[in-house]
Design a protein around this ligand. Structure first.
Ligand code: SF4
Length: 230
């Protein structure tokens, strides 16, 4: 194995920068800020987004929150799980899905051989709705660009949407989760697979819901394996 000389390394770095700039020109950019995320790794870009979100007051959920729960996990994840919003435990700790529902989500992923730390986990709104009510339309709209920016950095292959609020918000529909689940929905360059929210499964532990959730997870795993090897 030969070691690259400093000259060769510089040539390679400049070639990569040129390719990045040509890519952005082809996307229609005519100017780029010096601190743009396009020069950052996914982990750095997500940290920059989280810093930029600090103190956000773009919707009324800011009034009752303790912490903005940005999201956590693998910045290069092929699977992203998206719930509706932080609960009390998440609000206190600043991390998504850390309460009982989070423990169930970890088990759900493990049941199809996906370690939780291989995935990235976030929510449609980053601040806890008071009393764990559903996020309202204006709150979902205010926070949507932040989730979109996260997904643009991570570029997952599969999105597992958890519950009706997240699924309807992401797919832009009012159709019930019962009709949306069990199917693979195109979502940009990824696919979206809806399933029940773990908190719903904890409240409704009937075998029928668990069986449907298991079917959804197997579907997500099938897409995960198939699309990762492409
Ligand atoms: S929910 Fe989103 S848009 Fe609303 S205050 Fe929190 S971070 Fe900002």
């Amino acid at each position: 194995m030969t070691t690259a000389t400093p000259r060769e390394m510089l040539t390679e770095a400049l070639g990569a920068l040129g390719a990045t700039l040509r890519h952005h020109r082809d996307l229609g950019f005519t100017a780029l800020p010096l601190a743009g995320e396009y020069l950052l790794s996914p982990a750095e870009a997500l940290r920059a987004q989280e810093r930029a979100l600090a103190g956000c007051r773009r919707c009324k959920l800011c009034e009752g929150r303790t912490t903005i729960v940005f999201g956590a996990g693998n910045p290069r994840a092929d699977l992203v799980c998206i719930g509706e919003g932080p609960g009390a435990d998440e609000d206190a700790q600043g991390l998504p899905f850390v309460g009982r529902a989070g423990q169930l989500l970890t088990k759900m992923l493990a049941s199809v051989d996906i370690p939780r730390d291989e995935a990235y986990i976030s929510n449609t709104v980053k601040c806890r709705p008071p009393g764990n009510r559903n996020p309202e339309a204006d709150e979902l709209a205010a926070c949507a660009p932040f989730l979109a920016a996260q997904l643009a950095v991570i570029q997952p292959k599969v999105i597992l949407s958890l519950g009706s609020v997240a699924t309807q918000a992401l797919l832009g529909t009012r159709e019930a989760i019962g009709k949306l689940r069990g199917k693979v929905h195109p979502y940009g360059s990824a696919v979206l697979i809806p399933t029940f929210h773990p908190a719903f499964l904890l409240r409704n532990p009937g075998p029928e819901y668990r069986r449907m959730a298991w079917e959804d997870l197997k579907l997500a795993k099938r897409e995960y394996d198939r699309r990762r090897t492409k």
